[in-house]
Design a binder for this molecule. Structure first.
Ligand SMILES: [Zn+2]
Length: 353
């Protein structure tokens, strides 16, 4: 069980130096912990910069200030020796933001292979058949009789289903990004979390190491279905975490709906639908609570922060009946939606998801 953050392991994790079990635990933790995810991104970014330091010569003065900052932070951090790389990486980021920008953007010209075509989709500016390439800024459009598969750099592939319009936004090693305007894509990604993103009109799907299908229309009504790993669907500060075997609707201006397991009781799924879209009140909520199994705490945990304040107690009590409330989670704090409490609870509940 995770009771604390994994800051101290992040440098080793990003460097692929953790033993597999620890790396797996770190990934699981990051699946639930926004704090450590953000820190991990920072470390990755810092290390990306370090990797490119040999490509140029930093002005003398800049190196002096980096070294001074490094010495200072090292003396502050002395007892925690394995943090030094992270501190150094962070220091370099602060000192060399301009250079970092250069180091990352100079890789943006990469092009991805388009393979496995059916019919004649439009790729880039022209109709192609057989195969081709696509770069940042270019579109793929399929009609009713065509489809295509894009090799996403080194990390996986995206199938573009018929009647789909999708744009490649970024092809950088640490940011593989599509925008899905309409239709459906199927992503198979095998990479550390948060390297692959798909924007839609109702939010962004952030890969946490997974396989999933995502469809949407131009307004943003759509569906995310995860078959492996985790996806975080985000819209203006609202986040839905969707594990393998679960789905989540998306809708315009409201972002991700409440995730549910595909094998959840039909009554629960139907009630959730009316709850999410018509603001159906009491009756739908009662149905969801009554029908929930232990695993459906996935749905209930997300519901807690999205029902009216007066209904939170009912949701809390139902989760507490289904599975013991862990130490560090109090009813009072949970009903106030205290972020740390909710996070702590989610980490514990996720063992059943
Ligand atoms: Zn954490």
């Amino acid at each position: 069980m995770f009771t604390s953050h994994i800051s101290r392991q992040l440098a080793a994790y990003v460097d692929d130096e953790l033993e597999p079990r620890k790396a797996q635990r770190a990934e699981l933790h990051m699946g639930h912990c926004a704090h450590c995810r953000a820190e991990c991104d920072q470390v990755k970014f810092g290390m990306a910069v370090l990797e490119h330091l040999s490509l140029f010569e930093a002005p003398e003065g800049e190196w002096a200030s980096i070294e001074a900052a490094f010495q200072e932070s090292r003396s502050r951090q002395a007892p925690v020796i394995d943090r030094w790389r992270m501190v150094f990486a962070a220091t370099v980021v602060l000192a060399l933001v301009g250079v970092a920008y250069w180091a990352v953007t100079r890789q943006s010209g990469m092009r991805w292979e388009v393979v496995g075509l059916e019919g004649s989709p439009t790729v880039g500016a022209k109709q192609i058949s057989g195969g081709g390439q696509i770069g940042a800024g270019e579109w793929i459009e399929t009609d009713a009789r065509s489809s295509a598969t894009v090799k996403v750099g080194e990390i996986g592939s995206v199938e573009v289903e018929p009647n789909t319009r999708v744009r490649v936004i970024a092809t950088r090693p640490r940011e593989h990004r599509f925008a899905l305007l309409r239709g459906e894509i199927r992503a198979k990604i095998s990479a550390p979390p948060r390297l692959f993103f798909v924007d839609t009109a109702s939010g962004t799907a952030v890969d946490l190491g997974c396989e999933y299908a995502l469809n949407t229309n131009e307004d943003g009504f759509g569906m995310l279905r995860v078959t492996k790993g985790w996806v975080s669907f985000q819209f203006k500060g609202l986040e839905s975490l969707v594990p393998a075997g679960a789905s989540c609707r998306t809708r315009p201006r409201a972002g991700p709906g409440i995730p549910y397991f595909d094998d959840a009781p039909e009554n629960l799924k139907q009630a959730l639908e009316s709850f999410a879209f018509e603001k159906a009140g009491n009756e739908a909520l009662s149905m969801i609570l009554a029908e929930s199994r232990v695993r459906d705490t996935l749905t209930l945990w997300h519901l807690l922060s999205r029902v009216e304040a007066g209904d939170r107690g009912r949701v809390y009590d139902r989760i507490a009946v289904l599975t013991p409330v862990p130490a560090g989670v109090s009813r009072e704090q949970a009903l106030k939606l205290d972020p740390e409490t909710l996070n702590r609870w989610k980490e514990e509940l996720a063992w059943t998801w």
